[in-house]
Design a protein around this ligand. Structure first.
Ligand code: IMP
Ligand code: MG
Length: 187
């Protein structure tokens, strides 16, 4: 992997989840999600959480062979840090009304659970008929809020990871694999 422009963004280290394993798991998740939806619950509204889950949301949507709609919300909980600030801010809300709709939130990773907890409350206020959650990655070690996960790609150890949508200071999202970030002191 080439080094970052100024060297302040760390370096991707060991692969935690290879891109090929992500693709294979997404096909399994799509099958589980499809099987869990009754015809009267369709189209399913996928709400991706920007920016981290943009890759996962579109890749999952592509292999879901049921009618789906896409929307995105954007939240901020991390600055240039590997620790959650604990403060979650809504940056962008859904674009279309979801009242009475069946919604699946699509998360990249659940760490402390603060972001997901905030989003469950926020999206529930829009009055969906149902609200479920799929996350690609789950780091259960540092949970501060218990959140219900309906579909989970991979449980991973308590390490800061980058790639496949996940960033450190906006870098490394476009790596095909999920890898441990090295060379940055946790702050
Ligand atoms: P939580 O609120 O602590 O659960 O963290 C949720 C958000 O923090 C995720 O949606 C990510 O944007 C970010 N995050 C948590 N862990 C990691 C990581 O290991 N790498 C990159 N981003 C992370
Ligand atoms: Mg981030």
């Amino acid at each position: 992997m080439s080094s970052s422009p100024s060297g302040e963004f760390g370096q991707p280290g060991a692969v935690v989840v290879p891109g090929a394993a992500i693709s294979a798991r997404i096909i399994e998740l799509a099958k589980d999600i499809k099987e869990s939806c009754r015809p009267d619950q369709l189209p399913l509204v996928l709400i991706g959480v920007l920016k981290g889950s943009a890759f996962f949301t579109t890749d999952l949507g592509r292999v879901l062979t049921i009618p789906v709609e896409f929307d995105f919300v954007s939240v901020r909980s991390y600055g240039r840090s590997t620790e959650s600030s604990g403060v979650v801010e809504l940056v962008k809300d859904v674009s279309n009304p979801i009242a009475g709709r069946h919604v699946l939130m699509v998360e990249d990773i659940i760490d402390t659970g603060l972001t997901t907890d905030f989003l469950y409350t926020h999206i529930a206020r829009h009055g969906p008929a149902s609200l479920r959650l799929v996350t690609l990655l789950n780091k259960p070690a540092r949970r501060q809020r218990e959140v219900r996960i309906d579909f989970c790609g991979f449980d991973i150890p308590d390490q800061f990871v980058v790639g496949y949508g996940l960033d450190y200071a906006e870098q490394w999202r476009n790596l095909p694999d999920v890898r441990v970030l090295e060379g940055v002191v946790a702050s």
